[in-house]
Design a protein around this ligand. Structure first.
Ligand code: ATP
Ligand code: MG
Length: 197
């Protein structure tokens, strides 16, 4: 509210802008830490992953466009999965945010869903960023591993993504060619529903 009443170009305006961006940073840090230490049980329901992706994209599209990236949606015909919708959402947000942050030049993010071998839903998030070399492919999943400047990344994103995926009996896979881009795959097994309808 103070920001709205203050001349943006003034000294106080600049300070207010900094306060706002620092609050955002603290928010993402605490969210990450809460997720890191969380022990709350997953709330399992019938989840349409395509619907989750559509919701995530309305949140994140603006940020991607501002950075000059285009988003290609290739949402296939998939079955619902038994999952915690908020956690699936968090994984998708983390993976897409990583893709946006990885591409220093305007690029393309491809989001594809499909059923794999009749057993699992696969959500692929591809980017045209710098890629990840062999040596870093496993390290990126360890807590607090980040290549981002201090204050920008906490290195918890992928650790949490994998933890959530594994709690759904799935996983996060990475396929990358340095210099060409990376594709992360969120694997969610399709289970027989324990309840009708
Ligand atoms: N799409 C990608 N392309 C290239 N490198 C990536 C990509 N996604 C992740 N990485 C690498 O993996 C590291 C760890 O990612 P992770 O999401 O765990 O943490 P972060 O993005 O650095 O910080 P945080 O997610 O906590 O804000 C990143 O710092 C980056 O080096
Ligand atoms: Mg991240």
């Amino acid at each position: 509210m103070l920001g709205r009443e203050t001349e943006p170009a003034s000294f106080s305006g600049e300070l207010l802008e900094q306060i706002e961006s620092e609050i955002e940073r603290l928010k993402s840090l605490t969210t990450g830490l809460l997720g890191f230490s969380r022990n709350n049980k997953a709330e399992l329901t019938r989840v349409d992953c395509n619907e989750v992706i559509r919701q995530v994209l309305t949140l994140i599209k603006y940020e991607a466009r501002r950075a000059g990236h285009s988003i290609e949606e290739q949402l296939g015909e998939i079955e619902p999965v038994l999952a915690d919708a908020n956690q699936v959402k968090q994984v998708c947000i983390n993976l897409i945010t990583n893709a946006i942050q990885a591409m220093k030049q305007p690029g393309t993010i491809v989001i594809r869903t499909c059923v794999h071998a009749g057993k699992a839903v696969h959500i692929h998030i591809g980017d045209t960023g710098p890629g990840i070399d062999q040596e870093q492919k496993e390290k990126i999943f360890t807590p607090f591993f980040t290549t981002k400047p201090e204050g920008e990344g906490t290195g918890l994103g992928l650790y949490l993504c994998r933890k959530i995926a594994q709690e759904h009996n799935g996983d996060i896979l990475v396929d990358s060619t340095p210099g060409q881009g990376s594709t992360f795959t969120f694997v969610i097994p399709m289970t027989t529903f324990p309840f009708p309808g």
